[in-house]
Structures are given as C-alpha cells and as structure tokens.
Design a binder for this molecule. Structure first.
Ligand code: BTN
Length: 253
C-alpha cells in the first residue's frame, strides 16, 4: 500500500497467507458489498484456478495471486473487454519496473520469450442490463525459479526473475499494476474501447502473423489482423473473409 498512487484501487486490501483461491473470496466479498477496487491477495493458493477450469500453480510467496473487485459503469456486453484492459495495465507495469519485454497473446496471456508470465481470469456479477462487479483474477509469476513450476508446465511457464536474472519486488509491482489498472479502466469507461485496443495491439504478438486457431468445433489457419471493438480477435481467412473470434486457442505458425 505504501507504493500505491491510486484513488480507489487497492485502498481496501484483504491479505491472506493461504487460501484455496482469491477468486472465490472475491466473489463473496463482492456479493457482500465490497468497494470498487478492493483487492484480495494471497501469498499462496492451494487450488488456484485458471481459464477453462484449468488449475493455476500458485507457489507460496513467489508470485502475485490477487483478485481485484471492480465496479465500472459498463454494460454486461462491455465486460469481456476488461480482460484486455487488465492485460494492457499489466504489461505497462512490467515494462516500467523491469527490463523484460512482455507481449500479449490473445485474449489474456502475457508472455516473455514465448512463455507464460501472467494469466488473467475475468468473472462477472451482473443483472441483465447492469454490471454489479467484474472480478479480475490476476496471477503473475514473479520470483519462481524453473524448479518451482510443476513439471508439466515447466517448458511453457516463466517468471519475471527468470527473465530478469534477479528477484523482483512484489509489493512495488502489485502497486504499479493497480495504478495502471485504475487508469486504464477509467480511460475505457470515459473514452470507449478504441484507445485500449490500440495499446493492446501494440503489444500483441500475433498481429500480421499466420495463426492456427483451435476451437471446440474445428482447427484452421488464417492471418491475425487486430481486435474488434468488442474484444474479438479478427482474422482474415484465405478467401479474404474476415472473422471475429470470441473464444479459441491461438498458435502463431
Ligand atoms: C489463466 O491464464 O488461465 C488465468 C489464470 C488466473 C490466475 C489468478 S491467480 C489469482 C486468481 N485466483 C485464482 O484462483 N485464479 C486467479
């Protein structure tokens, strides 16, 4: 908290040594009227969850495992883009505090050297016409060494300290992420998605490249073009048709 420059974000913090998942606690807090920008942060998660019900490895004291409860003035349709807002905030924070050059892999992975540094899990509490809360679950690999990762993800995961060659201060980084998050959420609410989209595209690893797209239904190749106003990845198929992708795994080829 001593490093924070925000008005709201991170001003109410619940810090827990160990819990199954900060995301679960954040849902409870949000239902009980938690203020905009409240942060639940844990040193260790024993059942961290990733997207698509995947587990998220959250070694004790090594990373930033937090859920930020936000209450922006957005419609439920505008909520999914908050993942991209968070991604931009995180890359800016990493750039400012380290020498690492992060890239964003659509929709929500932050990579360094092609390996995963950070994941974002966005969950919504809403009425049909109104957002009550958007819970941004942020998992950042900060001070792990390769042997701290479970064997099965060692080849695809990295941490800031692995990339940087020295430990990174977690408290400073957490504060910087919250600073940028507050700034970019306000920018999104005030000016719409375009400024965020442009920033996001400047960090994206796939724009202009050939990609393989795997959905539950099929797998095909196309060229990534950018993201649309509603946060979809736009790709150009070989016959020239443009398609907006809502949910898929993307591999650069
Ligand atoms: C992903 O890339 O699949 C998203 C990973 C999100 C992990 C974070 S860590 C803090 C919060 N609590 C959880 O259980 N998950 C998110």
């Amino acid at each position: 908290q001593q490093f924070l420059q925000t008005k709201q974000y991170g001003r109410t913090i619940r810090h827990i040594e160990s819990c199954p998942s900060t995301q679960m606690l954040a849902h409870e807090e949000a239902q009980n009227g938690a203020p905009d920008g409240m942060v639940i942060i844990a040193d260790e998660q024993t059942a961290g969850k990733g997207r698509l019900s995947r587990p998220w490895s959250s070694a004790a004291g090594k990373g930033i495992w937090m859920s930020v409860i936000t209450r922006p003035e957005l419609t439920p349709q505008q909520a999914p883009q908050m993942t991209l807002v968070a991604a931009v905030a995180i890359v800016r924070a990493i750039e400012e505090l380290t020498e690492v050059t992060p890239t964003i892999k659509w929709p929500n992975d932050i990579l360094a050297g092609g390996r995963k540094l950070t994941g974002i899990l966005t969950e919504l509490q809403a009425d049909p016409d109104r957002v009550k809360a958007i819970i941004l679950g942020i998992g950042m690999n900060v001070n792990q060494q390769s042997q701290d990762f479970p064997e099965e993800i060692r080849a695809i995961a990295t941490s800031l300290s692995i990339e940087e060659g020295q430990p990174v201060n977690r408290a400073k980084l957490t504060a910087k992420v919250l600073d940028y998050l507050e700034l970019y959420v306000a920018l999104y609410v005030d000016k719409g998605f375009t400024p965020i989209k442009l920033l996001w595209e400047s960090y994206a690893d796939s724009i202009g490249k050939r990609v393989r797209i795997s959905t539950l239904q099929d797998t095909y190749e196309a060229t990534a073009r950018g993201i649309s106003e509603d946060g979809r990845l736009e790709v150009v198929l070989d016959d020239g048709t443009v398609r907006g992708i809502y949910s898929a795994d993307i591999h650069i080829i």
